[in-house]
Design a protein around this ligand. Structure first.
Ligand code: GTR
Length: 421
């Protein structure tokens, strides 16, 4: 009898513990949660106009996300030199010009450089551009033989010919399906893209990438409140923007920053922390991106901090399995982008990224857009699959899984044509 009780006791303990580790995949399992009001300060003061939003609430939210989630960039690092490495007058069936521009940075006896691949349409005047990182090298987004292959570290991926952490010719054009460059050009947009590994290799190592350029004394890794990888990648997007401000062919007031998945988290943070970006698109950005953390659906703070401890700042670990203590949620990250247009997109099968949590973020950010007289998401019911809502705050959920597809791009181009161009 005693043995049975003991057995039952341990069984319930073990199943209870393992249940805690199981990701939530059903709406009925979402715990009760209370979302902070984007329009109420941490001290409980109601924000009634854009002046108070900009002077009180926005700064305190931005500061919270900076110090406790993505991490502060501990200094400034200006471009030390710009080099036009390559240029063609026509490419993409005569529709565009291409250039590859290298930006270099120096500090602490260390250096870093990254190459921006740029396609621009032959339209009059300065061009609006989409700016976003790619996962596996600039040469993977197109068959264009002139695109330079990065020498930066890349995770091994034998199917793409990436071995010994080096990108190779084998993957040229391998990701072209996710990058319909000609569609962008036909709509009058340019494209600028960078291999994200050139700014910070996507691995748990703070001795590489941009971080060491801003270490002080014998620092080996960022302090608790200092930049993780997402913040470093966002830093790189801002430096690309610094360059655009000097390029006569690019309209720096019409740069739409975008990204997929971890790079969608990055695009949101770049847009929130640097108001020069005209609009933001986050594709399937999930936990730490558009998805509400307090729902704990799919990937949670604990899981992301365990699998990718270097993406966020160390302080973010305080909220692992502790979402109720978080005084903010991701709708407020989106609100930081207001009044600039923002597009949140989900995929029906991408439950890991919590499509409903992504949708609700856009919905709960909308009151801040309304302060500015802008339209957002008014309904709290998700729209049907493949039925986008395209206001200043836009949202769609499409059929299929975790990816950035031609369908996604068709929506982004249409929306950007209305809201940005
Ligand atoms: C997953 C991670 C997600 C998402 C994704 C991606 O492994 O759990 O947060 O960012 O990677 O970037 O593809």
């Amino acid at each position: 009898m005693n043995k049975l009780i003991l057995f039952l006791f341990f069984f319930s303990l073990i199943s209870g513990v393992s249940a805690q580790f199981q990701p939530i995949e059903k709406e009925s399992e979402v715990p009760e949660y209370k979302l902070p009001d984007a329009l109420k300060t941490f001290n409980g003061k109601k924000i009634k106009n854009t002046k108070k939003w900009e002077s009180k609430r926005r700064p305190e939210l931005l500061n919270f996300f900076t110090q406790n989630m993505y991490g502060e960039v501990p200094g400034t690092l200006d471009i030390s030199s710009v080099e036009l490495v390559e240029k063609s007058t026509t490419t993409l069936n005569g529709k565009a010009e291409r250039k590859q521009v290298d930006l270099s940075f120096k500090n602490n006896g260390k250096s870093l450089h990254f190459t921006i691949l740029i396609y621009l349409p032959f339209t009059e005047g300065k061009k609006p551009v989409f700016l976003g990182y790619n996962f596996s090298g600039n040469h993977t987004i197109t068959d264009d033989v002139n695109v330079i292959i990065s020498e930066a570290w890349a995770p091994d991926y034998p199917a793409l010919g990436i071995i010994n952490n080096q990108l190779t010719e084998q993957s040229r054009g391998a990701r072209a399906d996710s990058w319909p460059v000609e569609k962008m050009i036909d709509a009058g947009f340019g494209l600028a893209t960078i291999y994200y590994g050139e700014i910070d290799p996507d691995t748990d190592d703070f001795s590489d990438g941009v971080h060491p350029l801003l270490y002080v004394d014998d620092q080996q890794q960022p302090a608790e409140n200092e930049w993780g990888a997402i913040s470093a990648w966002a830093w790189g997007l801002s430096r690309a923007m610094d360059y655009f401000e000097t390029d006569d062919n690019i309209d720096e007031t019409k740069v739409i920053v975008f990204g997929h998945s971890r790079l969608g988290k990055t695009a949101l943070w770049a847009g929130a922390s640097d108001q020069r970006f005209a609009a933001v698109i986050s594709n399937n950005s999930g936990c730490g991106g558009a998805a509400l953390s307090k729902r704990r659906f799919g990937e949670t703070i604990w899981r992301i901090n365990r699998s990718f401890p270097y993406w966020f700042c160390k302080n973010f670990k305080n909220y692992s399995k502790n979402e109720e203590k978080l005084p903010v949620d991701q709708h407020e990250l989106i609100a930081l982008i207001a009044p600039r247009p923002v597009y949140v997109a989900s995929a029906e099968e991408d439950l890991w990224a919590d499509p409903k949590g992504e949708f609700l973020s856009a919905y709960f950010a909308t009151p801040v857009y309304k302060l500015y007289g802008k339209d957002g998401i008014d309904q709290d019911e998700m729209p049907e699959v493949n039925h986008p809502i395209q206001n200043t705050v836009a949202y769609h959920i499409r059929t299929g899984g975790h990816a950035i597809t031609t369908y996604d791009w068709e929506q982004y181009i249409k929306w950007a044509t209305t809201f940005v161009k």
